[in-house]
Design a protein around this ligand. Structure first.
Ligand code: DAH
Length: 377
């Protein structure tokens, strides 16, 4: 709106207004224009232009009225112009403010509408992995042994022949080494000691006893390596849990009681255990622990008749090797064999998991086929 159109650029005399009554129409017209103008200010930027047009200090409409109408007004008109101007000013100011508030809340509403979260939309699914079955079995075994006072220690997968063999009473040309045909690490010529991938977790018996004095009660979960060709029951890498308990008064009864407790916790209270004589260089006497067949309930007969294929009709399944620690081993760790006694065991975790979950091929643990893994969430 130009000042001209608005007539506020000219003094009242030039507009031919000389009497107070004539002001009424003049101001009414202005108010009408203001109201139209106000209706068009529908966002922040048009509102600002609109506000400056009416309230701008230098050339806003109200300033023009003050300068062009009020100031030069004749004494008889001045009062009336002042009054009408005040009325207009208060209308203008309050409407401009009301308009600002309306625009602001409208903007807010628009933002809220724009940013509204649609709770009915499907979320972004982040798949959560789960522990590998072997890991779960490790944890379960650890929990069972925790409950009877054992703690967990771990050791290196790359070992020296001393820990893997010699200190376990397996000297260099002992025939037992043939069973543990080993992966040796290629080392630079002249290296101080050969290194190999441990073939069992038993070396940690030695490391644990070197580190602490009796009583010792530890289990050692971990990976072991052997030069085995892969088939349904063999893998070049598999898992073991070693156990060792040494104190001043540990008997064969403590030994069998502990193992029986573990086996019943792991396979269920209904199973039976038995042991048979065996041989390991680092235990004396040595035994193999068996559990009554968990597939045929120990009967040796399959559900549909005939021999149970899992235990081959024997009713027993071989579980793992164990024994009372051979006194010769204490000589390697500075324990007095006359004062201490203890037992040790070493179980294959893959085998225990296969028995427990009826898995007939060890390779599935390492193929990482999600169809297999998902069965054990
Ligand atoms: N280390 C043996 C192996 O891998 C298993 C074993 C047998 C461990 C008897 C023991 C034990 O601690 O007492 O074949």
């Amino acid at each position: 709106m130009k000042a001209q159109e608005n007539k506020t650029g000219l003094p009242l005399v030039q507009l031919g207004v000389t009497r107070p009554e004539e002001l009424t129409a003049l101001f009414a017209d202005l108010r009408g224009r203001f109201d139209d103008d106000c209706a068009c200010a529908c966002d922040e930027s048009t509102w600002k232009v609109f506000r400056d047009r009416w309230l701008g200090r230098k050339s806003g409409v109200l300033t023009q009225i003050t300068d062009n109408w009020l100031k030069p007004a004749t004494p008889e008109l001045k009062r009336a112009v002042g009054a009408s101007l005040n009325e207009l000013r208060s209308h203008v100011e309050s409407q401009i403010e009301a308009r600002r508030a309306a625009i602001e809340s409208g903007a807010e509403e628009a933002a809220v509408a724009r940013e509204r979260v649609d709770l009915s939309l499907p979320g972004v699914i982040h798949p959560i992995g789960s522990h590998h079955l072997i890991c779960q079995v490790f944890q379960e075994i650890e929990d069972i042994f925790f409950s009877i006072g054992f703690s967990v220690v771990e050791g290196p997968e790359i070992e020296t022949p001393y820990y893997n063999f010699e200190a376990l009473n397996i000297p260099e040309f002992h025939p037992v080494r043939d069973d543990m045909d080993t992966f040796y690490i290629d080392l630079p010529k002249g290296a101080a000691t050969p290194l190999l991938l441990r073939t069992h977790t038993s070396p940690m018996q030695i490391r644990a006893m070197e580190k602490r004095k009796p009583p010792v009660r530890v289990i050692v979960p971990g990976k072991v390596y052997r030069r085995d060709n892969p088939d349904a029951t063999h893998s070049f890498m598999f898992h073991q849990v070693e156990g060792l308990a040494v104190d001043t008064d540990i008997t064969f009864c403590d030994f069998t009681g502990t193992i029986e407790y573990f086996v019943k916790q792991f396979f269920g209270a209904g199973v039976k255990t038995r042991f048979r004589p065996s041989y390991f260089p680092f235990t004396e006497p040595s035994v193999e622990f068996d559990v009554s067949c968990i597939f045929c309930g120990g009967s040796g007969t399959a559900a549909g008749g005939g021999a149970c294929s899992k235990c081959k009709g024997a009713g027993w399944i071989e579980l793992f090797g164990a024994g009372m620690v051979d006194p010769a081993v204490y000589g390697f760790v500075d324990y007095d064999p006359k004062k201490v006694s203890g037992f040790a065991f070493g179980m294959g975790i893959d085998r225990l998991a296969m028995l427990r979950y009826g898995i007939d091929d060890i390779q599935v643990f390492f193929q990482n086929d999600v169809r297999f893994l998902r069965q054990f969430p």
